[in-house]
Design a protein around this ligand. Structure first.
Ligand SMILES: [Zn+2]
Length: 392
């Protein structure tokens, strides 16, 4: 495959994790999984870690209209403060977002008196008719945007916020080109993506996701943005318990960044087959100890991170019970398995439980508090390396 950014055939393979279905393809009994190869590589030109084989974009479209993605929000008030003090920005400025992921941020601006704002409308602006469509379709429509159609209805933005979608884009160069057309010449384009520096070094398997085509670090994202004619005005990394976020505030610039390749460092990556085998044995052996002591092995949470963790580490055969309190998922089967999803009330009848926490840090706290009340013999592990319950 060619590099997503430079289109050159310079991808060096890092690891092939195996063939898996899309993480949100929950299924009914007797339904088969459609599997695709999940593998990452690095472009020798851009130094960007990326999927070296892409899942077909149509396959990423959810089967259900209740599939949703949550992003961390604790830093948003700070970000609002930063944006509102940018040069030339005042309460009459037009603050805009590209998808539902910006609703919460735009609402914060409204609260402090920024009256002009918009978010791209999936139906009216992007011509997306199917309600089940999500980021996979939004990114595609933005990359092929009909700018006239939008500027007939909306004024160009002074600030356009783009949270957690850049790393989903199949044609990233066109995606950024479209975004540049949606802002005034003097406007700001603001990107937020997960920081993959740590996960790549510590082999945090939940960070790998078929919908994340690119695994940015501060350096590789900066290089990409500058190469696309954007000048970096401000950068910040917000620390989160399990996955940090990178924020770049940029402006359109004519400056040509010819030397960007020279000072671009190779990101450190410790994913490889030998370590995967080691990790797999290590984790499987830990679970087996509890199985022998007659613990029920329970996976709590069935988002993409938990699915990927089970898939890559091949743990399905050790799981007795899958729990998720999203009622939409009740009685559906976890992708790539025949494990039925249950409500957490099923845990009450068990004597000894090993809970594998497949959720983010906020939900992790809630689940532990909830389960500790039932006062059974409970042991916790988390799929995330940075959790205090980590297997490692
Ligand atoms: Zn490249």
């Amino acid at each position: 495959m060619n590099c997503i950014i430079c289109k050159k055939k310079k991808i060096k393979k890092i690891i092939n994790f195996g063939n898996f279905p899309v993480s949100h393809k929950f299924k009914k009994k007797n339904q088969k999984d459609k599997k695709y190869s999940l593998q990452i590589g690095i472009c020798k030109e851009c130094k960007l870690i990326q999927l070296s084989k892409l899942f077909p974009v149509n396959e990423l479209k959810p089967k259900y209209d209740w599939i949703n993605y949550n992003e961390p929000e604790e830093h948003l008030n700070k970000l609002v403060k930063k944006i509102s003090t940018l040069k030339n920005i005042n309460k009459n400025s037009i603050i805009a977002g590209v998808s539902y992921k910006e609703i919460s941020l735009i609402n914060r601006f409204k609260k402090i008196g920024f009256v002009n704002n918009w978010i791209l409308d999936m139906k009216k602006d992007l011509n997306i008719k199917d309600k089940k469509s999500n980021l996979e379709t939004i990114q595609d429509k933005i990359s092929n945007i009909n700018i006239k159609k939008i500027t007939n209805r909306k004024k160009k933005a002074d600030v356009l916020i783009v949270r957690h979608i850049l790393e989903h884009s199949y044609n990233t160069v066109n995606f950024i080109k479209s975004l540049k057309k949606l802002i005034n010449n003097n406007g700001y384009l603001i990107f937020e993506v997960p920081d993959c520096k740590d996960p790549l070094i510590t082999r945090d398997y939940p960070a790998i996701w078929e919908e994340h085509l690119m695994y940015f670090t501060q350096n590789t994202l900066k290089a990409l943005l500058e190469k696309q004619g954007l000048k970096i005005i401000y950068f910040e990394k917000y620390k989160y318990p399990y996955e940090d976020v990178l924020i770049f505030i940029t402006k359109i610039s004519d400056y040509k960044y010819l030397n960007y390749k020279k000072n671009l460092l190779l990101p450190k990556v410790n994913f490889n087959l030998t370590s995967l085998k080691k990790d797999r044995n290590f984790i499987r052996n830990k679970i087996k100890i509890y199985r022998e002591k007659k613990y029920t092995i329970c996976l709590f949470g069935t988002g993409h991170a938990a699915c990927t963790y089970l898939n890559i580490l091949k743990l399905h055969d050790l799981i007795d019970l899958v729990v998720d309190d999203d009622n939409n998922k009740k009685n559906l089967l976890l992708p790539n398995s025949n494990l039925k999803i249950n409500n957490s009330s099923n845990l009450k009848n068990l004597e000894k439980i090993l809970v594998i926490l497949g959720v983010n840090s906020e939900s992790e706290k809630k689940i532990i508090n909830k389960l500790n009340i039932i006062k059974k013999k409970i042991k916790f592990y988390s799929i995330y390396n940075r959790s205090k319950f980590s297997f490692k």
